[in-house]
Design a protein around this ligand. Structure first.
Ligand code: KG4
Ligand code: ZN
Length: 371
């Protein structure tokens, strides 16, 4: 018998329904993720009503499957962890309501987890599950996803952790910029993975995008804030001033639509050299913005490690940049722990459980919930 508590994690904050079973914050017994991406693909972004409906369909079977895959019964759980926010209100409510029902029916304690803390804890979970040493503190965490681009200073405090916000995006999230550029260029949804692959085939200096310059700082704004709307608009302008690209996009939209979910080679064959160059230049600009601010934060805070997490942390160009930039040692989870998943939610709940925190059954979901 393991000494570590058995945790059921549930995540439904956006367009992934996920359930996981963990022992403590370190051993993943199961981590199932059902992505709704194929459903939202035709809209080029997540449609909140559809997301809630799909979570409702998926939540009961996925929790059952996660328990079965871990060979655990509801009675064997020690606690239930659920994402309480931030995220889409309707989507959060599905997971939260189901977790409350399970907690009440099975008499198990419930912990409400901040999704952002989940992403950061995914980095520590990765180290623990591989029995590798954890990061040295203080750390700077760069959290980059479809909904967030945030920089935190992180360090342990008692049995838990302390997170201090250092910077955030002033407009689009980095993943959102990837998704919008992919939509503009008639590429697949979500845009990050496909742009990551296609950009590797283009020339980064082909399109000279201007460096991001933040306007003067107001109250609550920092030199470590990010901005991505400029580069997104620059891509739009580039397309508008290159009629051959506009017709290529229209042609790609017509050609790819009947194919359903084509492989990346089909996308590559449907892109001209110009488009690949545009993608490489766009990606270089986004990566430069992310890496320069993260490294500056490390310098300002004397960070002894850099944690990279969130869906965009899967980006190979960004990882390469951070590995070679001469900053502090850099830690990132494996791909399946970068994007939304319930294992990170279960892992994040563990310190809160040890601290004796419990979520009452009348607790609300928080669509907006700063860490
Ligand atoms: O963390 P996540 O699964 O969901 C949110 O909480 O948003 O992140 C999804 C985002 C999407 O915007 C997707 O385009 C982006 O992560 N993404 C990537 C890559 N893989 C996923 N962006 C750049 N490069 C990638 N390889
Ligand atoms: Zn996320």
């Amino acid at each position: 018998m393991s000494e570590l508590p058995c945790i059921l994690g549930i995540e439904t904050s956006c367009d992934e329904t996920s359930a996981a079973v963990l022992l403590g914050g370190e051993r993943i017994l199961s981590n199932l993720v059902l992505s709704q991406a194929p459903l939202h693909r035709i809209y080029g972004g997540v449609v909140p009503e559809l997301a809630s409906r799909e979570h409702l369909r998926a939540i009961v079977p996925i929790v059952r499957q996660a328990l079965a895959a871990a060979e655990k019964s509801l009675a064997e759980l020690d606690l239930i962890a659920v994402t309480q926010g931030p995220g889409l209100a309707g989507a959060l409510l599905v997971g939260l309501t189901y977790a409350k029902s399970l907690s009440w029916a099975a008499g198990k304690p419930l912990i409400g987890v901040n999704h952002l803390e989940g992403h950061i804890q995914a980095v520590l979970l990765e180290q623990r599950r591989r029995a590798l040493p954890g990061p040295e503190w203080p750390a700077v965490a760069l959290l980059v996803s479809g909904g967030h681009t945030l920089l935190y200073q992180v360090e342990p405090r008692g049995a838990g952790y302390r997170y201090a916000l250092l910077g955030r995006t002033r407009d689009d999230a980095a993943g959102e910029a990837y998704d919008k550029v992919a939509k503009l260029l008639a590429l697949s949804y979500p845009g990050g993975p496909i742009i990551d692959r296609l950009a590797a085939l283009g020339r980064e200096n082909a399109v000279p995008f201007p460096r991001v310059k933040l306007k003067t700082r107001g109250a609550g704004e920092s030199e470590l804030d990010f901005s991505f709307s400029g580069v997104k608009t620059a891509v739009l302008r580039y397309v508008q001033t290159h009629p051959e690209l506009e017709s290529e996009i229209a042609q790609r939209r017509r050609a790819m639509a009947p194919l359903g979910n084509p492989g990346w080679e089909a996308w590559r064959d449907a892109c001209s050299r110009d488009t690949l160059d545009l993608l490489a230049s766009f990606q270089a600009c986004v990566v430069r913005e992310l890496a320069s601010k993260a490294l500056r934060a490390c310098e300002l805070r004397g960070a002894r490690s850099l944690l990279l997490t969130g869906g965009v942390a899967a980006n190979r160009r960004l990882r390469r940049e951070l590995e070679t930039a001469g900053g502090p040692p850099f830690y990132a989870p494996a791909l399946e722990l970068c994007t939304d998943n319930a294992a990170m939610i279960a892992a994040a709940a563990y310190p809160h459980f040890l601290l004796g925190e419990r979520l009452p059954l009348d607790a609300r979901a928080h669509a907006v919930w700063p860490l």
